[in-house]
Ligand binder design. Sequence first.
Ligand SMILES: N[C@@H](CCC(=O)N[C@@H](CS)C(=O)NCC(=O)O)C(=O)O
Length: 205
Amino acid sequence: MKLIGGFGSPFVRRVAVSLNLLGLDWDSETISVFDDPDAVRKHNPLVRVPTVVLDDGAPLIESHAILDALDEIAGDTKRLIPASGNARRKVMQLTAVATGAMEKAVTAYYEYRFHPEEKVHEPWVEHNEGQVMAGLAYLDDVAAKVGDGWLAGTDRISQADVSAVVSLGFADRVRPNLKVQEKFPNLAKFAARCEAMDEFSSVTP
Ligand SMILES: N[C@@H](CCC(=O)N[C@@H](CS)C(=O)NCC(=O)O)C(=O)O
């Protein structure tokens, strides 16, 4: 299968890390939605990444839906989101916080990238940055208690771990003013442990 989008996007990167952890065969196609929209549009009417194209040509869009499909393809012994019960709810909850923080960091970043300087609305940037900080603070509290374990208390790495680590790294890169590594030392320590794994380090922006 083919993963369209660059690893600079946290949504693309969480799918890439997940593909590695799930042990699936995949290739990367680094297309920018802004430089080559038609190449993405032919698979995704919304012209967004990540977009995954399966070997039979079927497209998968939206990282939540993509990851759900990939878990199913990889099978129950490998899935990163438990299939049911409390474990599933816990992983989904932490993953939602992590992806919410990603979304808000993207919004703050896009405010500068796509608006002329005189149209940047600082209060809106601050609002979004506040949500990034609140989400990461929540994950930092969770990380403070995990020791050598995983954020959702699973017995192996889960989507909560993948998304939290990718979220912190993305916020650090696009909003350096927030100093997230410094402010969230527990999450930073946990992220460093994960980023050292080949599944993460082979797919960096
Ligand atoms: N909710 C989407 C978010 C994807 C997203 O925001 N992708 C960005 C790149 S980081 C994108 O394609 N931006 C172009 C656009 O939305 O027009 C997901 O989880 O896949």
